[in-house]
Each structure stands twice: as structure tokens, then as C-alpha cells.
Write a protein that binds this ligand. Sequence first.
Ligand code: NAP
Length: 500
Amino acid sequence: MNQTEKPTALIMIFGATGDLANRKLFPSLYQLYQKGNLDRFAVIGVARRSLTDEQFKQNVKDSVLSAENSSENIDEFISHFSYHSHDVTDSSSYTALNQLAEELDNRFKLNGNRIFYLAMAPEFFGTIAEHLKKDGLTNVKGFKRLVIEKPFGHDLESAKKLNKQIRTAFSENEIYRIDHYLGKEMVQNIEVIRFANAMFEPLWNNRYISNIQITSSEVLGVEERGRYYEKSGALRDMVQNHMLQMVALLAMEPPIRLTTDEIRSEKVRVLRSLRQVTGEDVGKYFVRGQYGEGVVNGEQLPAYRNEDMVDPESTTETFVAGKLMIDNFRWAGVPFYIRTGKRMLTKQTKIVIQFKDIPMNLYYQTEQTLAPNLLVIHIQPEEGITLHLNAKKFGQSLDATPVKMSFANKGINGMNTPEAYELLLFDCMRGDATNFTHWDEVALSWSFVDNISNAWRNMKETSFPNYESGKMGPQAAHELLEKDGFHWWPVTTLDVETCN
Ligand code: NAP
């Protein structure tokens, strides 16, 4: 399908009464509809609870109204929705689901195209995929695609098992594994910044870059997700997918073409070049943390161990910092530092590329040390880039002073950035899998992360909690960089006006 063609499909959302469907999927579909990006479409919501079509349509309407400022065409939009009450473990109900799908296919002229979106707990993914095939739902004359939410397994073994199950019904190019970070505007912008600018790509290597830092921090704690988080922790929840995907985009070679296969194969090569850290070495490269209590904005916050559904002696990490080495020609010797966690000082995702110092400082006589050049990519909540340079101090002296040049997405074009899910749903409907993760990426990421979790399992952490709520993680995360002569660049905001 070319870029201007509008997609046509029946979308079956499994888990249609859940949080993800209501907060993200329905509003994103509405946005696509409003922008005229959907041609012919219908949605079947699937979940156990008993709802009439009318009740379900009202739920969809409510979720759109609570997320969007507009309600234009909302009744027309929800007329495309139907509901099927169905326990996905109940074999007898898939036939009725298929009948409904066929009826909608005829009514809305959907060409037999079907998208199965699994917005449910991962333990059901395999069962659903097997039933879809066995009960004929994948037997269509158009395309069939499976969209799968994270987590894709909880280690390499379970991911392999899940992959095998879904591959019985879908081929690799029909599987769209969501990593919603890949739908973020500024994550997609990493490639453009790198490959469309003569001033960055020639410097994008170990001769000119000293280190790269990726921070993804949250202010919130575990909230009501204690049960899930206890089994996951920050390593599986954030590092295996989002953090490693950002590393891959930053470190990959330029693809020969901007096709899905070429881009993915370059990312896979990065993941293959990651230095594997095992056993006792894990302590040299990775730091884990768990938040304790703290006072943030005058509010007393509980420690992780006192949160709902959390073991009072839990050793689950709510913070990870790591030093990743990519052992290839371009990156040998350049550390990629990552850190992510909950209950930290700010909510932000940011990448800092620190360039090496220039060969000689001409300003040494005035005892000036020059600030290093930094390129900061602000992923969220701010979106944009900031370049930190040195320039002449205004006035008589010849001294240098740091200046910042910034570009902010919102500041410049006044546009609301589309929600990541909107972009990803649209990509999936058009058959563009570039911003979804290929099985090879998932497998390599798990094998890297499994080494770390195995080592941690063998060294039971006794010093938890080890950072106060509202701080940027434990002291050891700072020492990780200090040992190499670096430090985490502090939290800065994207200030578009600054160009001094
Ligand atoms: P949720 O709020 O717990 O929703 C689960 C949905 O599954 C509900 O609609 C539930 O409806 C349905 N369900 C449960 N058991 C069922 C069964 N046996 N048969 C049919 N339907 C069943 O979960 P969620 O937060 O939306 O998350 C869904 C998935 O997305 C998970 O894999 C999660 O990890 C992932 N995810 C969520 C978010 C998010 O922002 N929420 C972000 C990233 C990834 P009934 O009770 O009516 O059956």
C-alpha cells in the first residue's frame, strides 16, 4: 500500500473493556477517523463481561470524550463498533465471533482484511492465536495481522514458546509486536536527525563521541500495577524493550534503504554487537535500585515494599542503570549509559550525546574549561533537540561561554504530536512493520537481559530500598559513570527561546 492509500480492515480488539483499549486505542482510532485516515473499517470489541452493542458503543464514546477535545462525528464513528462477549479460553465461542466478523466484513466491504489486536494479559496470547487459526478466523481472502502488546514473554525461553504458538497461525511478517516507544515522534526522529544531516553522521562514532546517556524516568510509583511489576521489575519492563530499542536506533549503521527489512537488520546487528555481561561482571556494568519512602511536593510517599500487592521483602528492582558496550568498529570504547526507574525526580525520556573534547583548549590562560558539546534529544514529555555549543561571551572579552540552540516540536509548528498508538495503528493497517519489533530483536534483547537477571537472582540484594522517592536513583548509579570520568547530565528543560 502506498503512503496515500487509506486502509480498510476489520479490527478485533481482544480486551476491549480494559485500560489500554479505553485510554489509548479508541481515542487513537477516533483521531485516525477524524483525520480521514481510515477508509472502510469496523471494530469488534471482545471481552468477557456481558455488554450490549449499545453499551459498548457508549463506552467507546465516553473514552473518546474523556481523551479528546472534540466530539465531532462521534456518533458516526461509534456506528462502526460492535461487541462480542467471549471468554478467550472458551473454544465454543470463536465460531460465533467469526460469523459476526463475516457479517461486518460484508456490511462494511472490508475485503476480508483482519487485524487481531491482543490488548490482554500475555498468558492468553498463545491460546487466542491457536483458536483464531483452528476456528477459521484467520482464513480470510484479504490480509491478516496480529498485534501483540508487551510483555513478549518474561525471558528468552518463555518468549520462544510464545513465538512458536503465534507462529502456528501467523507468519513473522504478519506479526506486529508493539513497542510503543517506536511510535513516539522523537524516537522516529533519531533516524532522521542522524541520516539527514551532514553535520552529525560524520561525527557519529568513537572518534568524536565520548559517551551516550539515555534516561527514562518516572515520577509515579508502581500505582495499582504491583502484581504485574513484582514479576517484571524495571529490567524486563523497560530495558529489554524500550531502552534497547533506543540504543539500537542510536547505534545502527545507515540502512541502504528505508525499508522495514533493511532498518530492522541494521538494528539486529547492533543487538548482536552488544557486549554480553554475565556472572560477577554484572555488578561492574549494572546497578539496580528500589525506591524507599520520601516526601515529594509535600506529600509523604510509601516505599515500594509498602505498595499494594507488593511483597514486604520484595527484591524487585524499580530502577536500573547500566553501561552498555557495543563491540564493533564504530562504537568500540564508547559507553552507552542507560537509566530508568520509578519514583524519580522528574518524568522524562531524554538522550544526551556527549562529544569528545576538542584537541586543545585555547582558553586555558583564562583558566576556562570548555563545556563539552552535547546533542540532547528530548523524547517526552518535551519533544525536540538542543545543541550545546561554546560561543564568545558577549562584550569585550574573548572568553567562551556555553550556549544552547533548541528546536521544540510543539513550539515551532503548534501541532499536537499524534499519540504513539495512533501512528502504530495506522502503520499496522497500512502493512508497515518498521516500527514494530522483529522476533530476532526480541530474542537478542532477552538473551542480553537474561544474563543480568540470572546474575541478580544469584546475588540476592539486601540493601533495598536504596534510593529515596524523588531522587535520581541510588548513589551507585552515579558512581557507575564517575569511574569512567563522566557524570549524568542533569535534568534540563527544552527552552526554545534560548539562543544566547
Ligand atoms: P486490563 O485493563 O486488565 O484489561 C484486560 C482486558 O482483558 C479486559 O478487557 C478484560 O475484560 C479482558 N479479559 C480478561 N480475561 C479475559 C478472558 N479470559 N477472555 C476475554 N477477555 C478477557 O489490561 P490493560 O491494562 O488494558 O493491558 C492489556 C495488555 O496491554 C497487557 O498485556 C498489558 O501488559 C499491555 N499494556 C498495557 C498498557 C496500558 O497502558 N494499560 C501499556 C502497555 C502495555 P473482562 O474482564 O470483561 O473479560
